[in-house]
Structure formats: structure tokens, C-alpha cells
Design a protein around this ligand. Structure first.
Ligand code: ADP
Ligand code: NI
Length: 214
């Protein structure tokens, strides 16, 4: 069996009982979108595919915040497959850097393969899927869906905004609506723009319904 087939099987098995935000369906969507973006970029397709498949293999949230657990797990798996050391090194660097949260990793690493997988991962946090994942996460955390009068609208200052965390609608302003401007690739940007508009439509409808039919 090929390295790719083995990796798919391994990831599927490993993520079998994982919460739905980072389950294998998330990986499948990121994998598909990464391959779509890769069609328009000169890149090492195998590195893109492996990094997309392995990018959420172990979440630091469930390992006492240890941000090295994901990259280490991916490295150990790829070594067990006798993958090309250069490929392993690149995939590990992508996983370290894809959702940099302030750990000790080398912030300066960059490659087109990282940019592609990062775009694909970000696309899955916006649009209809992004909305579903956000409310799923908020439900899991028992957060309110909306805190009227508290959720920041787009024109809030940073200081005003910091006092008003907590609801899932708030997460749109904290993260989801910012993602379209962080996209790396032209293909990623185009898809993100359309998903962004969908979220704005959703929010407008949400507020209208919240305020009651007039
Ligand atoms: P990533 O997979 O990009 O590293 P996270 O693990 O932080 O992101 O989040 C996984 C999913 O949960 C994403 O779709 C994200 O938007 C959503 N999410 C994270 N934090 C919140 C929050 N406070 N409220 C609602 N959704 C959230
Ligand atoms: Ni992810």
C-alpha cells in the first residue's frame, strides 16, 4: 500500500472517537480543499496531502496544552512508514506552523505547501460549515449563542471588545470574519470571499430574527 493510503487509514483510525470539530470529516474537507488549491499552485503535492491529513492528528487542547504533541505524533508515524526524511521534515514544519498559538516553534518558516494547507484549514472555519462548527463548539462549551447588547459589532474598538467575550456570535467577530483577509492563495481568497458573504448574510438574518418580525 502507498504512503498516502496508509496515512488515510491511520488518520481515520486515530480520529475515530474525536470531537466533531476535528473529526475525520474535517480532515477530509481540508484534504479535498488543499488538493483543489494545489491544482493552481506549483507545489509538492505529496507534502500538501500528508500535511492536510496529519495537521490535527493530536490536539494540544487535549494534551495539557502541549503544542509539540501534534508534530511529534505525525513525525513518528511518517518515520514508521520510512517516508523520505525531507518530506517528513517539511510536513512536521507545516503542522508546527499551521495554527501557531505562541509556542516555541520557528515562526519564520514558510512555504507554498504550508500556505495551501493553512488556507484549506481556514476555509473549513468559515461559510456554512464554519457556522455549524462554531455553534457546535459553543454548545459543547455551554456558551450562549448570543449576548444582545454585548456582542461586538464590526465597529467596536479593541478595548470595548475585550470586555464582551463569550457567545458564539462573538466568535464571528473574534475570528471567523477576520479569516478572509488572512488567506494566502488566490484560489483560497476567492472561495473565502464567497463564504464570508454567506456569513454576513447569516448574521443579518440572525439579528433580524432575534429582534423579532416586525
Ligand atoms: P483550529 O482547528 O483552526 O486550530 P480551533 O481548534 O480553535 O481551531 O477550533 C475548532 C473549531 O471550533 C473552529 O471551527 C472554530 O471556529 C471553532 N471555535 C473555536 N473557538 C470557538 C469559540 N469560542 N466559539 C465558537 N466556536 C469556536
Ligand atoms: Ni484543522
Amino acid at each position: 500500500m502507498s504512503l498516502l493510503t496508509n496515512t488515510i487509514t491511520y488518520v481515520k483510525q486515530t480520529l475515530e472517537n474525536v470531537e466533531s470539530g476535528h473529526d475525520f470529516y474535517h480532515i477530509e474537507r481540508v484534504y479535498n480543499n488543499a488538493q483543489l488549491i494545489a491544482q493552481n499552485e506549483p507545489c509538492n503535492l505529496l507534502v500538501v496531502q500528508l500535511a492536510a491529513l496529519l495537521h490535527d492528528i493530536a490536539d494540544s487542547k487535549f494534551h495539557n496544552g502541549d503544542e509539540t504533541i501534534g508534530p511529534k505524533t505525525a513525525q513518528a508515524f511518517l518515520e514508521s512508514q520510512n517516508a523520505d526524511p525531507e518530506v517528513i521534515n517539511h510536513v512536521v514544519k507545516i503542522i508546527e506552523n499551521i495554527s501557531f498559538k505562541g509556542g516555541n516553534f520557528n515562526r519564520t518558516f514558510n512555504s507554498i505547501e504550508l500556505q495551501i494547507v493553512q488556507d484549506a484549514d481556514r476555509l473549513d472555519a468559515i461559510g456554512a460549515i464554519g457556522i455549524a462548527r462554531a455553534f457546535n463548539y459553543g454548545g459543547y462549551k455551554n456558551n450562549p449563542i448570543h449576548l444582545p447588547g454585548h456582542d461586538p459589532k464590526l465597529n467596536m474598538t479593541k478595548e470595548e471588545y475585550k470586555k464582551h467575550r463569550g457567545s458564539t456570535i462573538n466568535h464571528f467577530y473574534e475570528k471567523l470574519l477576520l479569516l478572509k483577509d488572512l488567506m494566502n492563495t488566490p484560489t483560497g481568497k476567492t472561495i473565502a470571499e464567497q463564504r464570508h458573504q454567506y456569513m454576513l448574510t447569516f448574521l443579518a438574518q440572525f439579528y433580524a430574527e432575534w429582534d423579532g418580525e416586525k
